[in-house]
Design a protein around this ligand. Structure first.
Ligand code: IFM
Length: 401
């Protein structure tokens, strides 16, 4: 039988957002450009998103009132460095105000430096795989150092590098006219993977040389792979290229971010589709909350001794009772893993707000609803339920999970 689990002192308890998905008007980014191309991936452009570039105070007020003690948000390279080597003091000051605003509200900021979007000029010169990309990234981080100089304990260098490398593979196929894979996603682009691993190592060095006390890490999109008997050969390259190489690159880091939503099953012919009878979420993924417990266990196995932080976990649904059910089961599996000795230091729900889900607004991941016309914010019951645990930091795993 599982026992009530007292969260360790200082356990981070928050919600997550990213710059591009919430700010609106991120016109100088590669994604804005992509959103205005003819591609079936894009159903609608991001437009004003949640207008959080202006309404971030309201977002933070709500999170703090709901009981959260931590907030993960991103800063936007495309705004901070609108042209190569040209830095915006106003954008840096904006993000500095956000850090101070979080502190004033009792929210500890976890700041993401790169979350899928880059300046247009960076993509036009070849993106991550082009020579010198790591140099450019570190130059941006040095210029942005005033943002995280004080009041920030945790910095995430790169969000989901494995998804960035997969998107690079998709883009390459698109440009060269190759047929997209019929099931699942392609393997990550190898050159992009190598460049990101290098960029992360250099970013860690740079951030620490600017602000030595900051704890650096990166956040990997964990797939909770389940290999069916006899499918080991098919699974090996997928697991290695999609996940293990990115987890191994976190060895020696201050922490490793775990982002988990669902599981991925692999059969002898490769990644299997979601079972016919399974409940699917609005993003099309299998409703499988216990993926989180597996995700932290798998991460700990590949990066032994590195403290873990769940930097994203959540569900796209229009039925908030399913969000509560999902999150409650996910937390049960997390606390079971912690009871088994897995070192987890925090949990951030994805997402604080209903936001731009990379091509469309329909998959709503938010604890807080956002009116698409007025931008009015309305916390859902799940927000009060989850936030309250921040004030009463005890999670009770139910039996049998
Ligand atoms: O919205 C994304 C986020 O930007 C990265 N992790 C997964 C989320 C849900 O798809």
């Amino acid at each position: 039988m599982a026992h009530a689990h007292h969260l360790p002192d200082g356990f981070l308890w928050g919600a997550s957002t990213s710059a591009h998905q919430t700010e609106g008007g991120n016109t100088n980014s590669d994604w804005w450009q992509f959103e205005h191309m003819q591609t079936p991936i894009i159903k609608e452009p991001s437009g004003d998103a949640c207008d959080s570039y202006h309404r971030w105070r309201e977002d933070m007020d709500l999170l703090s009132e709901l009981g959260f003690t931590d907030y993960r948000f991103g800063i936007e390279w495309a705004r901070i460095e609108p042209a190569p080597g040209e830095f915006s003091r106003a954008a840096i000051a904006h993000y500095r105000r956000m850090v101070e605003g979080a502190q004033e509200r009792g929210l500890r900021p976890l700041v993401t430096l790169h979350h899928f979007t880059t300046p247009r000029w960076f993509m036009e010169r070849g993106g991550w795989a082009a020579a010198g990309s790591d140099e450019l990234f570190t130059r941006y981080l040095t210029a942005a150092a005033p943002v995280y100089a004080t009041g920030v304990d945790h910095v995430c260098t790169i969000n989901e590098p494995n998804m960035v490398a997969v998107m690079a593979a998709v883009q390459r196929a698109h440009l060269s006219g190759e047929a997209p894979p019929t099931t699942g996603m392609p393997l990550p682009d190898g050159a992009t993977t190598e460049a990101l691993v290098r960029a992360h190592a250099r970013a860690v060095e740079t951030v620490k040389s600017c602000v030595p006390h900051v704890r650096t890490g990166w956040s990997v999109a964990n797939q909770a792979y389940q290999t069916l008997p006899g499918a080991e050969d098919a699974a090996a390259p997928v697991r290695r290229q999609w996940e293990d190489v990115f987890l191994e690159a976190a060895r020696g880091d201050d922490w490793l971010g775990v982002q988990s939503y669902t599981r991925t099953r692999i059969g002898p012919d490769g990644v299997l589709p979601v079972p016919e009878d399974a409940e699917r979420t609005l993003s099309g993924w299998e409703f499988y909350p216990r993926a989180l417990g597996q995700a932290v266990r798998d991460s700990a196995a590949l990066a032994p001794g590195v403290p873990l932080i769940v930097t994203e976990n959540g569900i796209a649904t229009a039925d908030d009772t399913r969000r509560i059910q999902y999150t409650s089961e996910a937390l049960d599996s997390l606390t079971s893993a912690m009871n088994d000795g897995i070192d987890v230091r925090g949990y951030f729900h994805w997402s604080a707000l209903d936001n731009y889900e990379w091509g469309r607004y329909a998959p709503t991941f938010g604890l807080i609803a956002v009116d698409r016309e007025t931008f009015a914010r309305t916390p859902k019951p799940s927000a009060a339920w989850l936030g309250a645990m921040g004030r009463r930091p005890i999670l009770s795993p139910r039996e049998g999970l």
